[in-house]
Design a protein around this ligand. Structure first.
Ligand code: ADP
Length: 479
């Protein structure tokens, strides 16, 4: 049950609401309690003032001055209140006067005169002015005032019953006992509904997401309000799905293209072998020719499989660069020597201008592969009698490798696609070249990956019917 976010949110909400309400009730009770005492004390002071004024008036009556006890008795009889008693002692603690006990209302019986006189005597000599005390199970507040009567010190004690105030506070507590649980109940129910409402889009999203799979990756989560947090979540999830479905699509195309590319050489291999075996009588020369075709196709197949393997490992991030220190100009010279015979066979003039002393830290065999792919393409697509120039130089702290040919160039609308896997601008020509050992459209894709894996880039700088220029920009040290 507690694993549900809805329930947990509701419980937390209810708990915090309970704490707030209980603290509020306690605060109100405390403040009102203090207020009751303060008001009772202020009232006692006023009553004492009025009581003493009466005593004073009685004693100084010009026509018939009263004795001390009579003056006090007159003041007591003038100050008869239901919840207040007055007691007066002389300096020796002898009682000079006290209110009579009375019994109204029924449930409240005020203490008797004698009881008052004896219970309050210790207060007369105490230094405390105000005090809360219990007499016959009721709560009182006493006020002690020392005064002079006929030059003799005396003490007046005003005793107020706090019964009404206590009753009021008790009613308040009773109200709290009803209101607070009800408020908590409503808050809990409201919190639950709120949590349910707020989390409803999450529940809907999770049920939509659970119905998604590789076969319906095109589906997207419904975004109710793109500006709120859940809208952001759904948006991010949809973006993730976009990336996933693109990647799925790329993988699917890659596998489809790869099988297509592999099917042709395998079909040729099978066909050629069957033809060779079908004829009973064949000359050794015919066998050699058949074997040569088989070798060519097997070579082509090997080449494609190697390229596919390289790209698959690169995609999976499992092609660590074997970095070594070497001179780029030496690698360029070496590659140029390697393809020189191939170029000469097609009567293509190959020139190489490499700036000397270009130290680099990179994966030598991968850079060689990239460069040979570029040179191979240049030779492949340049007609006989054309020219190719290979240049290598340092510019702005980076190395620039340029392969320029005088081939037919690449149509403007196809230039953006030549780095795609399996892309070939002219499939027939590309395959027919070199006795059918043309590429599968992976050479530039691999070259691009190699340049990027080194923190550089590979681009088609220009291409026109007069020729194409490919440039690789490489940092001096791979990242
Ligand atoms: P391929 O194995 O077919 O050469 P690449 O990935 O190396 O595959 O090249 C992709 C396509 O780009 C080629 O099929 C070709 O159409 C075009 N291309 C590459 N290099 C050149 C070039 N130097 N001149 C003209 N077209 C080129």
């Amino acid at each position: 049950m507690f694993s549900s976010v809805r329930i947990r949110l509701t419980l937390w909400y209810t708990l915090s609401m309970t704490i707030v309400l209980v603290a509020l009730a306690a605060g109100i009770y405390f403040v009102l309690g203090q207020n009751v005492i303060r008001r009772a004390d202020a009232n006692a002071i006023e009553l004492a003032d009025s009581f003493l004024s009466t005593v004073k008036a009685e004693l100084s009556d010009a026509t018939n001055p009263a004795g001390v006890s009579d003056g006090i008795a007159a003041a007591i009889s003038e100050h008869r209140f239901r919840d207040v008693s007055f007691v007066v002692y002389d300096a020796n603690g002898n009682l000079l006067g006290a209110s009579e006990g009375y019994s109204e209302p029924e449930e409240f019986s005020s203490p008797s005169r004698e009881m008052l006189a004896s219970s309050l005597r210790p207060l007369a000599s105490s230094s405390e002015t105000f005090r809360s005390l219990h007499l016959s199970r009721h709560q009182y507040r006493s006020y002690v005032r020392h005064f002079l009567v006929k030059q003799q010190p005396a003490t007046l004690i005003v005793l107020q019953s706090l019964r009404r105030q206590r009753e009021f506070l008790a009613t308040l507590v009773d109200t709290f006992w009803i209101v607070i649980p009800l408020a908590i109940l409503f808050a809990g129910a409201g919190g639950y509904l709120l949590a349910r409402r707020s989390l409803a889009p999450v529940v809907a999203m999770s049920s939509q997401a659970s119905r998604m799979g590789a076969e319906n990756l095109y589906q997207r989560l419904k975004v109710e309000n793109p500006r709120d947090e859940l809208g952001h979540l759904a948006g991010s999830f949809n973006e993730l799905l976009d990336r996933l479905s693109q990647s799925f699509e790329r993988q699917r195309r890659f596998v489809a293209d790869a099988s297509h590319e592999l099917r042709t050489p395998v079909a040729i291999l099978c066909g050629e072998a069957e033809v060779a075996l079908a004829q009973q009588q064949r000359t050794p020369r015919e066998y050699r020719e058949s074997l040569e075709i088989l070798r060519q196709e097997a070579k082509r197949l090997k080449h494609i499989v190697e390229d596919l393997f390289t790209l698959a490992r690169a995609d999976a991030g499992q092609y660590p660069l074997a970095l070594t220190d070497f001179y780029l100009d030496e690698l360029v010279e070496e590659c140029s020597r390697n393809v020189r015979t191939l170029a000469a066979a097609r009567k293509i003039a190959l020139t190489c201008e490499a700036q000397t002393e270009l130290p680099i830290r990179a994966d030598e065999s991968l850079l060689r592969r990239m460069l040979l792919n570029l040179l191979d393409n240049a030779i492949k697509y340049t007609p006989e009698g054309g020219s190719i120039s290979l240049r290598c130089s340092e510019e702005d702290g980076q190395y620039r490798l340029t392969v320029q040919d005088s081939g037919p160039g690449i149509a403007a609308e196809l230039q953006g696609r030549i780095f795609e896997r399996f892309f070939r601008a002219d499939k027939a020509r590309s395959r027919s070249y070199n006795n059918g050992s043309g590429g599968a459209g992976l050479g530039l894709a691999i070259g691009l990956w190699i340049a990027e894996a080194h923190g550089g880039r590979l681009e088609l700088t220009s291409s026109s019917p007069q020729g194409s220029v490919f440039t690789a920009v490489l940092p001096k040290s791979a990242l």
